[in-house]
Design a protein around this ligand. Structure first.
Ligand SMILES: Cc1cc2nc3c(=O)[nH]c(=O)nc-3n(C[C@H](O)[C@H](O)[C@H](O)COP(=O)(O)OP(=O)(O)OC[C@H]3O[C@@H](n4cnc5c(N)ncnc54)[C@H](O)[C@@H]3O)c2cc1C
Length: 440
């Protein structure tokens, strides 16, 4: 082995994981270069322009339990109160179901009493929900072995599953109940419902995701002396006597350490020519994916829905957001459809019409009007499928100076693994940075 390079870390990929890693490394005074193949940072959490309007590649929501995401935003100087609407837990499906956390009670009583008084369920269904949550808490949200969530819910009443558990599973894991990892779902329930009451708060962005996350992170990275290169796809990695070489289309460059923070389906091309990477590569290659569609419908500006966010039951659409109330985009409604389903068989125009008709049934204010325009953003590989028993790639690789970071990366402890979320990505990025800093 030749003389080691002065520490200079390459972070490949500027999504939430790569941004978190680059911010943490920069903050610790480690020279860092963040490279992204795209013309913009943010990866799967980014603002997009559409006919002069700023949308998101997907309507996102965060939770009070997203402690590391909030830490990232705070570090980067984001005014969280101005840019995020924090609402106490309220899950509402108009005319069907309503669950409100009891704000005067501490966690988890706020949820247990909320369930006991939930509207739209029979007493038997409410008691079944309370018993289920209480038994999970008694078991500290641990399962002896992972299983499909549907199996864990086998004794829950069908209406309770349809109104509560299935919408939560799709929102959190973006994976159908039949295959979703029960343990990962319980990890989210534990972190959101069983600790501090504020963990179950709904955090709704009031600015597009680029303004909220990527741009402040990029400013922090640059102001504190690190470098960002956009439009810079890394093609592969090579071992060098004193570090790791990144190969670009027409050039190459040596770094002391590398954080691979791309989507998992880009990992093989980067790592497969390095010795010992077979397991990392094959675990990445084995992941399956689930889509998320966001249907934007622009109504006339005076249209205002009863709440900034609510659910839909037994429809194609699952969650509805009034971007007028959140972003000042009057009359703009975003409807999210998580995971695979029959919506994928529709053209974008007919999907938009279907969703509009669904909204007309739920919101009388829309009954006599039509949207001025629509835009469907279909993220076909929005997240990895968070299925039961999944063998995730770990953060370490066969090379001691190459680390993985991303929402799909396993922590090595199934009780800590998160689904594909901003929080999972940020945690993973922070951890990769910590591992490097500790090794210097
Ligand atoms: C539509 C949609 C809705 C979602 N809703 C929510 C939500 O409500 N709440 C929530 O918490 N999460 C949500 N998520 C998930 C969340 O967005 C992701 O978990 C998170 O953004 C993933 O970040 P990441 O850094 O792991 O990966 P990515 O964001 O995929 O970042 C990878 C980056 O690597 C870059 N890259 C790839 N290959 C190369 C290469 N060879 N060289 C250089 N750069 C490369 C890419 O350009 C990209 O910027 C949603 C995702 C989608 C798509």
């Amino acid at each position: 082995m030749g003389t080691q390079l002065t520490p200079h870390v390459a972070v490949i990929g500027g999504g939430c994981a790569g941004l978190a890693a680059a911010v943490a490394l920069t903050r610790a005074g480690v020279k860092t270069t963040l490279l992204d193949s795209s013309h913009q940072l943010g990866g799967r959490a980014r603002g997009i322009g559409w006919q002069g309007v700023t949308l998101d590649n997907g309507q996102h929501i965060l939770l009070g339990a997203y402690v590391q995401s909030l830490k990232l935003l705070q570090t980067c100087g984001v005014d969280i109160d101005a840019n995020i609407l924090r609402l106490p837990l309220k899950l509402e499906i108009p005319g069907e179901f309503s669950l409100t956390g009891k704000q005067r009670l501490p966690a988890p009583l706020h949820i247990l009493f909320g369930l006991l008084q939930a509207q739209g369920l029979t007493l038997g269904e409410r008691l079944a929900a309370v018993r289920f949550m209480a038994s999970l808490r008694f078991r500290q949200f641990r399962l002896p072995a992972d299983m499909p969530l549907q199996q864990l819910l086998a004794t829950q009443p069908p209406r309770l599953i349809a109104m509560l558990w299935e919408p939560l599973c799709l929102a959190a894991l973006n994976t159908p109940l039949a295959t979703a990892s029960a343990q990962t779902f319980l990890n989210v329930l534990r972190d959101s419902f069983a600790r501090r009451k504020s963990d179950s708060d709904l955090l709704l962005p009031r600015a597009d995701l680029s303004i909220l996350i990527a741009e402040p992170a990029a400013r922090f990275i640059k102001v504190h002396g690190s470098e960002i290169r956009l439009n810079t796809p890394v093609e592969s990695l090579r071992e060098r006597p004193n570090g790791i070489q990144l190969k670009f289309k027409e050039a190459s460059e040596d770094f002391s350490h590398v954080v691979v923070a791309t989507s998992p389906f880009r990992v093989a091309a980067l790592l497969q020519s390095l010795p010992g990477m077979k397991e990392t590569v094959s675990r990445c290659e084995a992941l399956d994916y689930q889509p998320i569609y966001t249907v934007y419908l622009q109504y006339s500006p005076e249209i205002r829905l009863p709440n900034p966010m609510c659910g839909l039951a037994n429809q194609l659409g699952q969650w509805v957001f009034d971007r007028g109330q959140l972003y000042g985009q009057a009359g703009l409604v975003a409807v999210v459809i998580s995971a695979e389903g029959r919506h994928q068989g529709l053209t974008q125009a007919s999907l938009a019409i279907n969703i509009h008709q669904e909204l007309q049934i739920v919101f009388p204010i829309l009954q006599t009007i039509t949207p001025l325009w629509h835009k469907v953003v279909a993220e076909k590989r929005a997240t990895f499928a968070c299925i039961a028993g999944l063998q995730r790639p770990g953060q370490t690789t066969a090379h001691p100076h190459i680390w993985l970071a991303g929402d799909y990366v396993g922590t090595g402890d199934t009780l800590l693994d998160y689904p594909a979320t901003i929080e999972g990505a940020v945690r993973s990025g922070f951890q990769a940075a910590k591992n490097i800093i500790n090794s210097l």
